[in-house]
Write a protein that binds this ligand. Structure first.
Ligand code: ADE
Length: 281
């Protein structure tokens, strides 16, 4: 069995969503179970070796997909990653498409988000005497987005279709949207919809972590006459797309391990974003 400690800080993490519960093809080095002041993360954190560097992998919904979107321990997930040294997160998520040109199996690198969660998920580290406000005008990291776009361009023609920007609507769930809501989100300019990006991205910003989602379209939501979204559809498309996701992540990790990206990976540009108000142990 693997060691449960690892003595070097690990800067880069991948958060896997539905259909990406593990990251195969990397050498497992350790499995960590940090307990944070906000509880335990959804899954043990796997430390994997990749071309001389180390990365962390966390399964957002738990190893057995036991946490529904509204039950994911987001604060513990982000705090645990920050605690082991993570300053850069690439977060995978299955999404429904709100636009004809975003087809099931396409990837989207969103640059904007609209929060339609209902305030029932713990959504901040700033409370109980810790007062702070972070900017969130641009919820994702544009430098990280650029690296991902460049890598995806190399996979283009290889079955990977990538949309370079978009607005992700994050709804509460666990029920999918009504048809009226789906049409409303389209009228708002939404590109894709999921149940996971928020508050994950907000907490990452509070923790001064560079964060970018990679959305994988699994359905057309219910505005489209094609086929109303259901869980089987989401899982079917995620299964057929996991190979592409893994090739993309391999390319991104290769890039990020280069010395020229070390300031990005260390999130130097986010240092001080939350005035160091929260202590992550
Ligand atoms: N995740 C995948 N497809 C979705 C949809 N249509 N709505 C919300 N979350 C989703």
């Amino acid at each position: 069995s693997l060691p449960t400690t690892f003595d070097k800080p690990v800067s880069i993490a991948v958060i896997g969503g539905t259909g990406l519960g593990q990251l195969e093809g990397y050498e497992p080095i350790a499995v960590l179970n940090p307990v944070t002041p906000w509880g335990s993360p959804a899954s043990p954190i796997q430390i994997l070796a990749h071309n001389g560097t180390h990365i962390a992998f966390l399964a957002r919904h738990g190893v057995h997909h036991q946490y529904a979107p509204h039950e994911v321990p987001n604060r513990a997930n982000i705090a645990a990653l920050r605690h082991i040294g993570v300053r850069t997160i690439i977060a995978f998520t299955a999404v429904g498409s709100l636009q004809e040109e975003i087809k099931p199996m396409d990837f989207v690198i969103p640059d904007q988000a609209i929060d339609r969660t209902k305030g029932i998920r713990p959504f901040t580290f700033f409370e109980g005497g810790v007062v702070g406000h972070v900017g969130f005008a641009d919820p994702f990291d544009k430098h990280l987005a650029q690296v991902i776009k460049t890598c995806a361009a190399h996979l283009d023609g290889d079955g990977v279709v990538l949309h370079e920007k978009g607005t992700v609507i994050c709804m509460e769930g666990p029920q999918f949207s009504t048809r009226a809501e789906s049409h409303m989100y389209r009228s708002w300019g939404g590109s894709v919809i999921n149940m996971s990006t928020l508050p994950e991205a907000k907490l990452a910003r509070e923790a001064e972590i560079a964060y970018q989602s990679i959305c994988m379209a699994t359905d057309y939501d219910c505005w489209h006459s094609f086929e109303d979204v259901n869980v089987e559809l989401v899982i079917k498309y995620m299964k057929s797309n996991v190979g592409n996701a893994k090739r993309l992540i391999g390319g991104v990790l290769d890039q990020l391990s280069k010395a020229e990206h070390s300031d990005l990976v260390q999130a130097k540009h986010w240092a001080g974003a939350s005035q160091g108000a929260v202590k992550f142990m």
